[in-house]
Write a protein that binds this ligand. Structure first.
Ligand code: GLN
Length: 301
């Protein structure tokens, strides 16, 4: 692991800055997935949070003797980072697209990749349209709330199988000014028999159960990440059952793994979708599949 970058100016051995750099080196050490620069960013963030400092105030404080600061809260947060918790859980919040979302260990940490799912959904929702939108497996609520805030006339319903996740999502919707989002406990479409929507979005679990990358995600809910031997189990059932919940002309948009584009397009085709498109995330990786439901095919004869 590369070491944490040195301070741009000399820092005294007993300064706060030296202490933060030593802590960042511990955080990046061993089999940590963090590099030195990222570890330093995390350490700065927990210090600023614990002491209520702006980044500028923290820079100025770095030259001060460490003994001048009361670091109990910082040390508790650092211990959680060293135990493998993501920064978002330790801070209790994560920025996503245009807002900051509260998070707990009951929900997946919102990823920048998922912004592509929101953009795909918004592309199929005209600003003045009063249509019904469904977010499956809402987690923190970040997708449902971003859609509701960008399209205030849409009627957004968000479901999750996990009651603790729904409590987090409801709190985010209320705090960020989207109190109209309806939250419902449901295992995918289970509580939605007979309901139809213009747009269904989902960021389901899609990681394969033997994916080595999972060891770095151990603090997050496994049920939000893992979907069978190839990661496609939940995507398969969401896509196959979407026609029962879409109006003719409605759209399904799902997030998937960057190597699952072809497999997910095939699931859409098998379920009878048309206009099937793959969209890329900010890193240029295939990330979202969108398709239009034209209605049931007419039976021949
Ligand atoms: N993109 C996430 C990751 O691999 C997985 C999210 C998901 O399964 N929905 O870190």
């Amino acid at each position: 692991m590369p070491a944490a970058p040195a301070a741009p100016w000399p820092v005294a051995a007993a300064s706060l800055g030296a202490r933060l750099r030593a802590d960042a080196a511990r955080l990046a050490g061993g089999d940590s997935a963090l590099d030195g620069g990222e570890a330093l960013r995390w350490v700065f963030a927990v210090l600023e949070h614990a002491l209520g400092l702006s980044a500028t105030a923290r820079v100025l404080a770095e030259g001060e003797p460490v003994a001048r600061f009361s670091l109990d809260g910082y040390e508790r947060s650092l211990a959680r980072l060293l135990a493998g918790e993501p920064l978002a859980y330790v801070l209790g919040e994560q920025p996503f697209r245009h807002h900051v979302y509260r998070v707990s260990a009951a929900v997946l940490v919102p990823r920048p990749d998922t912004e592509a799912l929101v953009e795909a959904a918004l592309a199929h929702l005209a600003p003045g349209e009063s249509v019904d939108v469904l977010d499956l497996g809402t987690g923190s609520g970040c997708v449902a709330v971003e859609i509701a805030l960008a399209r205030p006339r849409a009627r957004v319903t968000a479901v999750d199988a996990c009651a603790d996740a729904l409590a987090v999502a409801r709190g985010n919707a209320a705090r960020l000014g989207a109190p109209g989002v309806a939250f419902l406990q449901s295992d995918w479409y289970q509580a939605l028999a007979g309901w139809r929507f213009h747009l269904v979005v989902a960021n389901p679990p899609y990681v394969a159960e033997a994916d080595p990358h999972l060891s770095q995600l151990a603090a997050e809910p496994r049920a939000a990440l893992v979907a069978g031997p190839d990661g496609l189990a939940d995507l398969q059932s969401i896509v196959a059952r979407a026609p029962d919940h879409l109006n003719p002309g409605g759209w399904l948009c799902v997030e998937h793994g960057c190597d699952q584009g072809e497999a997910v397009r095939a699931l859409f085709a098998l379920a009878g979708f048309g206009t099937i498109t793959t969209l890329r995330d900010g890193g240029g990786r295939a990330r979202v599949c969108a398709g239009r439901w034209g209605g049931p095919a007419r039976l021949a004869g």
